[in-house]
Unconditional design. Sequence first.
Length: 116
Amino acid sequence: QVQLVESGGGSVQPGGSLRLSCAASGSLSSIYAMNWFRQAPGQERKLVARIRWSDGNTYYADSVKGRFTVSRDNAKNTVSLQMNSLKPEDTSVYYCYAVIGGSQYWGKGTLVTVSS
């Protein structure tokens, strides 16, 4: 049984920074990539960033390029999302997502609020 647990959400002023983490536990022998999605109220869930587990290759949505950085720690089975220069439109619940062994797994999410 695989579990993904996010942490690090909170409230921050525009221009501030937050770091999210996702810890994966269970049978993790076949992770292809770890992903961060976000969902704002009334909107669909959207992919924010992805990191390929084997070589660290990354992908970012245009809306976060240059501000967010995704990284991984293979030994600890964790993926992090460093978010800088946060904007009010970054306010969302952020979810960790992975396909492992052909099954999809979601974390429960962590709320990020950017407001003055």
